[in-house]
Design a protein around this ligand. Structure first.
Ligand SMILES: C[S@@+](CC[C@H](N)C(=O)[O-])C[C@H]1O[C@@H](n2cnc3c(N)ncnc32)[C@H](O)[C@@H]1O
Length: 366
């Protein structure tokens, strides 16, 4: 049986997980809570919500969400947008504690609808799905499961096909590294053994991402981004998903704020051993391998003609978990090194806005 995370103080890994959730939610909400928004309903589903706090009173995901919403009270009322929160936890006692906690912390009327339930995830997901598919609804799903079994192929594919729906799920990736072939695990996930066995232990969550990516239908433009979290010897991780470029842009940026070296973990995932306090004489040694690899691959992709426009470069960066800023640096260097002629390419979210024509990359003459 899983250890109850709320009966002790949240550990460092849990704090990183909740920070990413909080930081992204801070960015996600205002996208929809603005004048002229086409969305009349915002739904936030916290399917494994817990009781609201750890045993030292640190806020868990439901109270984090309410805290953020508190900043938008006026906007919500002024704009007449309905915000609905769905809090579910299989354990009734946790939902009872959460209800008490919310009525204590927010004695005045909260400008959103809150619905509580104590059901098994799959059951409640199927009951609530009609809210997600309603026209003019924007959805966020937080799936903070304990182990590996709830985000099955079927659930994942269902979520990916719902419009304007971002999600963040947690998974115990090293469990898959150890027990992928176990029939108990195979009941839920069918990860090809070569994906798992070809992965370094530290990179196991990146490999789990590859598996989920392989489930996205070919005709669907959809972005996933991983963040690996080490707790003791175990590796867990978050996977974020969105069908929208602005969503992936915002999430990738948040990841790099937490991890300025590789943007995807709370530990030295590539064994770069960079000591910020003692940088070496050779700057290349202090540059993370992942960044060097990306710079080389992006340069090759531009020169080989695989990427043809500014928008291709922008999407390529985000798809690989890099910020637009990383790509811009590569372009500047290529121009400085006279590999590309000088050209003002706009590599940013702004370049993809409706009405903007893609800019063709000019390759040579220097
Ligand atoms: C990792 S905790 C979630 C923590 C929460 N996000 C927070 O910030 O406090 C996982 C929660 O899932 C609940 N849970 C376990 N199995 C479940 C299931 N099958 N369906 C729904 N909830 C479940 C547990 O009771 C536990 O509170």
């Amino acid at each position: 049986m899983a250890i109850d995370l709320h009966k002790k103080p949240f550990d460092e890994g849990t704090i990183v997980k909740l920070s990413l959730y909080e930081n992204y939610m801070q960015e996600w909400l205002p996208v929809f809570l603005r004048k002229g928004s086409n969305f009349r309903r915002i739904n936030i589903f916290d399917f494994f919500c817990g009781p609201g706090k750890d045993d030292k009173g640190q806020k868990g995901s439901p109270l984090i969400t309410l805290n953020i919403l508190d900043q938008y009270l006026e906007d919500i009322e002024r704009l007449g947008i309905t915000v609905s929160l769905f809090f579910n936890d299989k354990r009734k006692t946790k939902i009872k504690k959460l209800k008490d906690q919310i009525s204590f912390s927010y004695p005045n009327k909260i400008p959103c609808e809150i619905s509580y339930s104590s059901e098994n995830f799959e059951d409640i997901f199927n009951k609530l799905i009609h809210f997600m598919t309603e026209r003019s609804s924007a959805n966020f799903l937080f799936l903070d499961q304990n182990g590996i079994k709830h985000i099955t192929e079927e659930i994942f594919k269902t979520i990916v096909n719902i419009q304007t729906t971002d999600f963040l799920f947690f998974i115990s990736s090293s469990t898959l590294s150890r027990f992928n072939e176990n029939p108990e695990i195979k009941k839920y996930l069918h990860i090809p053994e070569e994906i798992i066995s070809s992965s370094d232990y530290c990179h196991i969550h990146r490999s789990v991402l590859k598996y989920y990516r392989s489930l996205i239908p070919e005709n669907r433009e959809y972005y996933l981004c991983p963040f690996s979290i080490k707790k003791g010897a175990n590796i867990y991780g978050l996977i974020f998903g969105t069908g929208h470029l602005l969503g992936i842009d915002k999430f990738v940026n948040q990841c790099w704020k937490i991890d300025p070296h590789t943007g995807d973990s709370n530990f030295d995932i590539d064994n770069d051993q960079i000591d910020e306090n003692q940088l070496s004489l050779f700057p290349e040694i202090d540059r993370p391998k992942k960044v060097q690899g990306f710079e080389k691959e992006l340069k090759d992709a531009i020169l080989s003609g695989n990427l043809k426009t500014n928008i291709d470069i922008y999407k390529y960066s985000l798809f690989n978990g890099f910020k637009a800023e990383h790509a811009r640096k590569v372009l500047s260097k290529m121009i400085k090194d006279r590999i590309l002629p000088h050209q003002k390419l706009n590599v940013s979210y702004g370049s993809c806005k409706l009405g903007n024509q893609p800019q063709k990359i000019i390759i040579g003459p220097k």
